[in-house]
Design a protein around this ligand. Structure first.
Ligand code: KG4
Ligand code: ZN
Length: 360
C-alpha cells in the first residue's frame, strides 16, 4: 500500500492565489483548498495585468497558506513535502509562489516539488475519480485549450490545441461585445439558453483541417460583424437578437470542441480509459452534453471533476506533487520558474499567448 503523504500545494501562476493541503494513503483527501481570486483587481483593465497580479500574490500568499494549514487542522510539522507551481504562467506570480515555497522548504528542511500547472489540471481526474492511465484530457479554460493523452506521471502527449484564443477568452470577448457581464462564459450561456440556435450560423474554424488543432479568434470577428450588421439595419440590437447571437456562438464553439474531441480520441492510438475535461469552460452545459455524446459513442466514460477542482486551485498542485513522489521522481532541487513550459516537449509550439499568459 502507498505510504500516507501530506502535501502543501501552492499555486500563483495566473490570477488566483491558492494553497491547499492534500493527504493521500489508500485514498486521497483534500484537507483544505483555499483560492483567493483577483477578478476585482483587474476588472477595470479588461484583462489580467501581470504586475498587479504579481503584487497581489506576493502580498496574499502568506495569509492564504496559513489559512489552508489552519483549515486542514495541521501545522508545518505534519507536512511531508511542498509542491509549487513553477510554470507555465505569468512569471511574476509564479516567482512569488516559488520564493515562498523555497523559503518554507529551506526553513523546515522539507522536500520541494516543482509542478507544471498543466500537469496539475491533467492529473486531477486521478485525485477525484481514480482514473487509470492512459486517458484523454481536454483542458478548456480562459487560458488553455489542448488535448492531452495522459499516459503516466510526466508522460503527456499533446495531440492538438488552439492556435490562437482559448474558448473561455472567446466567451469573455463575446460578452464584452454584447454588453454582458464578465466572466463571459456563464452570462453568454444564460442568454444562449433563451436564444434561437439556428438564426445565426457562425464559422466552425479548422474543421476542414486534419488533426485536432483549433482556432477561436475568428469567431468573435464573425460575431462582431453580425452585431454590426444588425445595428446598421435597425439602429441597435434587441434582447432577442442578443440571445440568438449567443446561441449561435455557443453552438459553434460546442461543435468545434465535439468534432475535435472525436478526432483526438481517434488519434490517441489506444483506447483511453476515459474522456476527462478540466477548465472553466467545462462548466458549460451545452458543451458538456456534446462531449458526453462523443464519449458515449466511442464507449469511454466521461469524467468531469467538480468545478472548483476544474478551475485553478492548489489541491491539484499538491496532488501532482504526491503523484510525482509516488512515481519515484526525486524532489526538485535546482529549478527555475518558467513562463512557458509545455507538458509535451516534443510537440510543436502553440502559437499565440493569451490574455492570461502563455498557453503551453
Ligand atoms: O479555468 P478558469 O477558471 O480559469 C482559467 O482561465 O485558467 O476558466 C475561466 C474561463 C473564463 O474565460 C470563463 O468565461 C469561462 O472559463 N467559463 C465558461 C463558463 N463558466 C466559465 N465558459 C463557457 N460557459 C460557462 N458556463
Ligand atoms: Zn489553469
Amino acid at each position: 500500500m502507498d505510504r500516507t503523504l501530506t502535501l502543501l500545494g501552492i499555486e500563483s501562476s495566473c490570477d488566483d492565489t491558492a494553497a491547499a493541503v492534500v493527504r493521500a494513503g489508500a485514498g486521497a483527501e483534500i484537507l483544505s483548498s483555499e483560492v483567493l481570486g483577483q477578478t476585482a483587481l483587474h476588472e477595470a483593465y479588461g484583462g489580467v495585468v501581470p504586475e498587479i497580479a504579481a503584487r497581489a500574490h506576493a502580498e496574499r500568499l502568506d495569509g492564504v497558506v496559513e489559512t489552508a494549514l489552519e483549515k486542514a487542522g495541521v501545522t508545518l510539522e505534519d507536512i511531508d513535502a511542498i509542491a509549487v507551481t513553477a510554470g507555465p504562467g505569468l512569471i511574476g506570480g509564479v516567482l512569488s509562489g516559488v520564493m515562498l515555497a523555497r523559503g518554507i522548504a529551506a526553513a523546515r528542511g522539507l522536500p520541494l516539488i516543482a509542478v507544471n500547472h498543466l500537469a496539475g489540471h491533467a492529473l486531477t481526474p486521478r485525485l477525484t475519480d481514480a482514473v487509470a492511465f492512459p486517458y484523454l484530457m481536454l483542458l478548456v479554460s480562459g487560458g488553455h485549450c489542448q488535448f492531452l493523452l495522459v499516459q503516466g506521471v510526466g508522460r503527456y502527449r499533446r495531440l492538438g490545441g488552439t492556435i490562437d484564443d482559448a474558448p473561455g477568452e472567446a466567451f469573455d470577448k463575446t460578452a464584452k461585445l454584447l454588453g454582458l457581464p464578465q466572466p463571459g462564459g456563464p452570462s453568454v450561456e444564460a442568454e444562449a439558453a433563451r436564444g434561437e440556435v439556428t438564426r445565426f450560423h457562425f464559422p466552425r474554424p479548422l474543421l476542414d483541417r486534419e488533426g485536432c488543432d483549433m482556432s477561436f479568434s475568428g469567431l468573435k470577428t464573425a460575431l462582431l460583424r453580425a452585431r454590426d450588421a444588425l445595428v446598421a439595419e435597425k439602429g441597435g440590437i434587441t434582447l432577442q437578437d442578443r440571445r440568438d447571437l449567443c446561441a449561435g456562438f455557443q453552438a459553434a464553439v460546442a461543435e468545434v470542441l465535439a468534432v475535435k474531441t472525436d478526432r483526438a480520441l481517434a488519434m490517441a492510438g489506444v483506447q483511453p480509459t476515459a474522456l476527462c475535461v478540466a477548465g472553466g469552460v467545462a462548466a458549460n452545459k451545452v458543451i458538456r452534453a456534446r462531449l458526453e455524446t462523443v464519449s458515449a459513442r466511442v464507449g469511454v466514460p466521461f469524467v468531469a471533476p467538480p468545478l472548483r477542482l476544474c478551475t485553478d486551485n492548489a489541491a491539484m498542485i499538491a496532488w501532482a506533487g504526491i503523484e510525482h513522489l509516488r512515481a519515484g521522481f526525486p524532489p526538485s532541487t535546482d529549478f527555475a520558474a518558467r513562463p512557458r513550459w509545455p507538458l509535451d516537449e516534443s510537440a510543436p509550439a502553440l502559437l499565440g499567448s493569451g490574455r492570461k499568459g502563455a498557453k503551453a
